[in-house]
Ligand binder design. Structure first.
Ligand code: FAD
Length: 757
C-alpha cells in the first residue's frame, strides 16, 4: 500500500477493469495527479485481454498470459482496487452502488464494463446456452467441457451461435484444442463435430469479401458445418432450433451473438441507445451527465458508429485518462477521433491468422506471429513495471472551492496534538449517522444514548473477558480494513471460548477535506460494525484522532461462564493430543509482497477472504470435541503461538511442515525472500526448534515465523476425536482445517518443538 503525504482532494472512480481502464490506470501511474485518488471497482481481479482469448482456448497461452492482474496494476498506479459488482449509480449523491459494500463516492466517474450477452431474447438460451461473457464464467464452462470431452467416450457436438469474428475465431480455437486433446489420448479427433450458426446469409458480415472467402475455406477444410441465414430462435437442454425449423442436438451451445448494455445502466437515468449502451459525446462524456464517462463496448458514440471491438476500447484509454484529469482540473476536454478502418488479426486456431482492414486482406503463419508480437507487447505493459518511473507535475494544483481551499491548507499545515487532534464532531457524527451497531439489553448506556463512557451489565454467573488490538491499515480499502480489524480483535475473545458483548474503537485518520475524512470514517466503521454485529457485539463508543496513517483497533469485552467451565486456555495441552489449525497461514509474506508488486492479485483476494472468516463458530466445535487448549494466530506467527501453548502446558510438540495449510502464493513469496517486517523478531524464536537444520530448506519453514492478521485457531484435541473434529470444522466452512502435528510429553532437551520434514 502506498502512503501519500498529499491529502486527497478528488476521487475518480473507474467501474470495470476493461481495456480502456487498464490504460487509464497505466497513464495515471506514469503521470499521477497529486490530490487525486483513483478507485477501480471490478468483478474480476484477473481481467481478460480479448485479443489473446482464442489463443488461450487453442492452448497456445496459459491463463496468466491472457489476463491482466488488476489488483497489481492498481497497486502500481497507487489506486484503490475494490473487487465487487457495481449494481447502480446514485447520480444525485455522486455515489457508486455496489453489491457487497457501502456506496463509493466519486467526483468524476468512468464506466468500462463491456457488453452483456442478450440471452433473454431467445427462449431457453439463458438456461441452456453458454455465453462468451463474462469470460470468467465462460472459462469455467470451457474447462469443464475440456474435461468432459476427454472423459466421455464417443461423439461430442459443439454449436457456436454467432458468426462474427468472435464466434468464428472461438469455434476454430475450441476445435483445434479439443482435436489435439483427443489425439493425445489416442482417440479419433473426428469424434468432435462442430456447427456454426449465422443469422445472416454470410459469415463475418462486417469484413471484406476476401476475408470472408478465406474463412469459408478454412471452415470447410476443418469440417465445420456452417448454417447460413439460420437465426437460432429456441434453445432447450442439448438442443437448438432455428427460425427455419432446423433442429440440432448439441452437447454444448456457445452464444457469441450481438450483445447489449448491462441491465443496471437503465436505472442510472443516463441516455442509452436502443441496445442499452451509454450514449457518449466525442469527449467520451455521457450525453446526460458531464461527470460520467463511458468507454469500450458499453459506450455508444453519438457521432460515430463503431464495431464492438477491443481495439477501440484500448484506443479510448488515452483520451479518457486525459479527460478525467481535465475534468478534475476544470480544463476544456479533448475529443477522441476513432480511426475509419481498423486492423483485425483473426486467428484460425492453428497459429495461423488472417488480417482484415477495410479492403485489405492477408494471411499466413507470419500474420499470427505478428498478432502474437502485438498482443504480448500489449500485455507486457501491464505486467512488467520495474523500470518505470512516474512523472509528477509539480505545477498542477487542483481548483478548489473557497471552503475546500481552507480545509486543504489546514490538512497540510502543522496539526495540533492532544485533544486538538480529534476528528471534528460534525464530521464524526455525519460519518457515523448511517453506521448502525446492534443494540443489546445488557448495554445500559451505549452509542444509542452517548455519554462520557458506556455502561454495560454483566449477567449473573458470568465473568468479563477483556482484550485489545490495534494496527495500521495494510490495504487501501477502509471498508475491508475495518472488517478485518474487527475480526482480528474479536479473535482473542473467541479463542478463550467467550461470547463478544461490547466494543470501543480507537482510530487514526489522515487529515484532509472534511468530505473525504467523513467518507473514510464511514467506510471503515461500517465495515467494522458489519463484523461486530454479525458477532453479536455492540459498538458502545470510541475515539477517532488524526494521524499520518489510517489505523484502527478495538477494546472488546466478552462474557464467559464465571466458573470458567468453557474457558479455553493456552496451557491445557496433553501429551497425545493432535494439533489442529483452522485457517491457512501466510498473510505476512503475502502483504509484504503485494506492496512490492510481487504478489498475484488473486493470492491477495484469497488472503483477504480468509482474514474475514470469523473464528466464532469454530470454538464451540472444538469444545464439543474435547479441545484441551486453544489460541488464535496473530503477530507472533505459528511457532510463537505454539510455544506460548507448550510452555504453560509443560509439554513438547511436533509440527509436520508438509501438513501446514498455506495460503496460495505464500510459499512462493517467502521463497523469494519477501517477508513481513515483523518476521526477524519472530525468527528469534527458532531457538525453540530442536532440529532446525533439517527443516530450514523446507518451503514452509519461513512460514512458521510469518505474522498473521486475523489468523485461525490453533488447538489441541484428543487423538480420538481429532478426525471428527476436523470433519466438523470443514463442514462449518473452515475448509483448510488441518491436522498439523501432535503434543509430546516434555523431554530432556531444552527445545520444545520438533519439526517433521
Ligand atoms: C472470442 C472473442 C474474441 C475477440 N477477439 C477480439 C480481437 O481479437 N480483437 C478485438 O479488438 N476484439 C475482440 N473481441 C471483442 C472484445 O472482446 C470486446 O470488444 C472487448 O472485450 C470490449 O472491451 P471492454 O473494455 O469494453 O470490456 P471488457 O473487456 O468486456 O471488460 C469489462 C470489464 O468490466 C468488468 N465488469 C463488467 N460488469 C461489471 C460490474 N457490474 N461491476 C464491476 N465490474 C464489471 C468485467 O469483469 C471486465 O473486467 C473478441 C470477442 C470475443 C468474444
Amino acid at each position: 500500500m502506498q502512503v501519500t503525504t498529499t491529502p486527497v482532494l478528488r476521487d475518480i472512480v473507474l467501474i470495470g477493469g476493461g481495456h480502456s481502464h487498464v490504460g487509464v490506470l497505466y497513464m495515471f501511474a506514469m503521470k499521477p495527479l497529486p490530490g487525486v485518488r483513483l478507485t477501480v471497482i471490478c468483478t474480476d481481479t484477473d481481467t481478460p485481454y480479448s485479443g489473446m482469448l482464442p489463443g488461450y482456448i487453442a492452448g497456445h497461452y496459459g491463463f496468466d498470459d491472457v489476463h491482466i492482474d488488476l489488483r497489481r496494476l492498481a497497486e502500481f498506479a497507487g489506486a484503490r482496487y475494490y473487487r465487487d459488482e457495481v449494481v447502480g449509480v446514485d447520480r444525485a449523491a455522486r455515489k457508486v452502488l455496489c453489491r457487497h459494500r457501502p456506496p463509493v463516492a466519486y467526483d468524476a466517474l468512468s464506466i468500462n464494463i463491456g457488453s452483456t450477452p442478450r440471452l433473454d431474447d431467445v427462449a431457453g438460451a439463458s438456461e441452456h446456452a453458454v455465453p462468451v461473457k463474462p469470460i470468467r464464467r465462460f472459462n469455467e464452462r470451457w474447462l469443464a467441457l475440456l474435461d468432459r470431452v476427454c472423459r466421455h467416450a464417443g461423439a461430442t457436438t459443439i454449436a457456436v451461435v454467432g458468426a462474427g469474428a468472435g464466434g468464428v475465431e472461438l469455434l476454430l480455437a475450441m476445435q483445434y484444442r479439443l482435436r489435439n486433446e483427443l489425439t493425445a489420448l489416442g482417440r479419433n479427433p473426428d469424434e468432435l463435430r462442430c456447427h456454426l450458426f449465422s443469422a445472416e446469409a454470410q459469415i463475418l458480415p462486417t469484413h471484406n469479401a476476401a476475408v470472408r472467402s478465406a474463412f469459408e475455406g478454412v471452415l470447410a477444410e476443418r469440417g465445420v458445418v456452417v448454417h447460413r441465414a439460420a437465426e437460432v430462435t429456441e434453445v432447450a437442454a442439448g438442443r437448438l432450433r432455428t427460425r427455419t425449423g432446423e433442429v440440432l442436438d448439441a452437447d454444448e451451445i456457445v452464444w457469441v451473438t450481438q450483445a447489449g448494455g448491462a441491465a443496471w445502466l437503465r436505472q442510472t437515468g443516463l441516455a442509452l441507445d436502443d441496445k442499452g449502451f451509454i450514449r457518449v459525446r466525442d469527449t467520451l462524456q455521457s450525453e446526460t451527465d458531464p461527470l460520467i464517462f463511458a468507454a469500450g463496448d458499453c459506450a455508444a458514440m453519438i457521432d460515430h458508429t463503431l464495431e464492438k471491438a477491443g481495439v477501440f476500447a484500448v484506443r479510448m484509454g488515452r483520451p479518457l485518462a486525459e479527460n478525467l484529469r481535465r475534468t478534475i482540473m476544470r480544463q476544456p476536454l479533448i475529443d477522441y477521433r476513432p480511426q475509419r478502418h481498423w486492423l483485425a488479426l483473426i486467428s484460425t486456431g492453428d497459429r495461423h491468422a488472417i488480417a482484415s482492414r477495410g479492403a485489405f486482406y492477408a494471411r499466413g503463419d507470419l500474420v499470427w506471429r505478428w498478432k502474437d508480437w502485438i498482443d504480448q507487447r500489449f500485455m507486457r505493459k501491464f505486467s512488467e513495471f520495474a523500470a518505470m518511473s512516474a512523472v509528477v507535475s509539480a505545477n498542477e494544483a487542483i481548483p478548489l472551492d473557497d471552503s475546500e481551499q481552507t480545509q486543504a491548507i489546514s490538512a497540510i499545515a502543522m496539526r495540533c496534538g492532544g485533544c486538538g487532534a480529534k476528528v471534528g464532531a460534525t464530521v464524526l457524527s455525519r460519518a457515523l449517522a448511517d453506521v448502525r451497531p446492534i443494540e443489546r439489553d445488557d448495554v445500559l448506556i451505549g452509542l444509542h444514548a452517548p455519554d462520557d463512557a458506556a455502561v454495560v451489565r454483566v449477567p449473573p454467573g458470568q465473568a468479563v473477558v477483556h482484550t485489545v488490538d490495534f494496527f495500521r491499515a495494510f490495504i487501501d480499502d477502509p471498508w475491508l480494513f475495518g472488517r478485518i480489524a474487527a475480526n482480528h480483535a474479536l479473535g482473542d475473545i473467541f479463542a478463550m471460548g467467550g461470547e463478544a458483548q461490547s466494543a470501543t474503537a480507537i482510530a487514526t485518520i489522515p487529515p484532509g477535506l472534511e468530505s473525504k475524512v467523513e467518507d473514510t470514517v464511514f467506510q471503515m466503521m461500517s465495515g467494522a460494525v458489519s463484523v461486530l454485529n454479525e458477532a453479536g457485539c455492540a459498538l458502545v463508543g470510541g475515539h477517532t484522532g488524526e494521524g499520518k496513517e489510517l489505523a484502527l483497533g478495538f477494546a472488546i469485552n466478552g462474557l464467559i461462564e464465571e466458573r470458567l467451565a468453557t474457558v479455553m486456555r493456552k496451557g491445557g495441552m496433553c501429551p497425545g493430543d493432535v494439533l489442529i489449525l483452522t485457517k491457512p497461514i501466510g498473510t505476512g509474506t503475502l502483504f509484504a509482497a503485494h506492496s512490492r508488486l510481487k504478489a498475484r492479485g488473486r493470492w491477495i483476494d484469497a488472503a483477504l477472504d480468509s482474514m474475514q472468516v470469523s473464528n466464532r463458530a469454530a470454538v464451540p466445535c472444538l469444545i464439543a470435541h474435547g479441545a484441551t487448549a486453544c489460541t488464535d494466530l496473530t503477530g507472533f506467527g505459528l511457532l510463537g503461538h505454539l510455544v506460548e501453548m507448550t510452555r504453560p502446558s509443560g509439554v513438547d510438540a511436533e509440527l509436520e511442515l508438509d501438513r501446514l495449510p498455506v495460503l496460495a502464493g505464500a510459499a512462493e513469496t517467502a521463497a523469494a525472500g519477501i517477508l513481513s517486517s515483523l518476521q526477524p523478531a519472530n525468527v528469534r524464536l527458532r531457538r525453540a526448534l530442536r532440529n532446525q537444520d533439517e527443516a530450514v530448506r523446507h518451503p514452509n519453514y519461513p512460514l512458521l515465523f510469518d505474522p498473521q492478521t486475523a489468523g485461525g485457531l490453533l488447538a489441541s484435541v484428543p487423538a480420538e476425536t481429532a478426525e471428527s473434529c476436523i470433519a466438523a470444522l470443514c463442514g462449518l466452512g473452515y475448509r483448510s482445517t488441518a491436522r498439523i502435528g501432535r503434543v509430546l510429553p516434555q523431554g530432556e532437551v531444552l527445545e520444545p518443538i520438533r519439526l517433521v520434514v
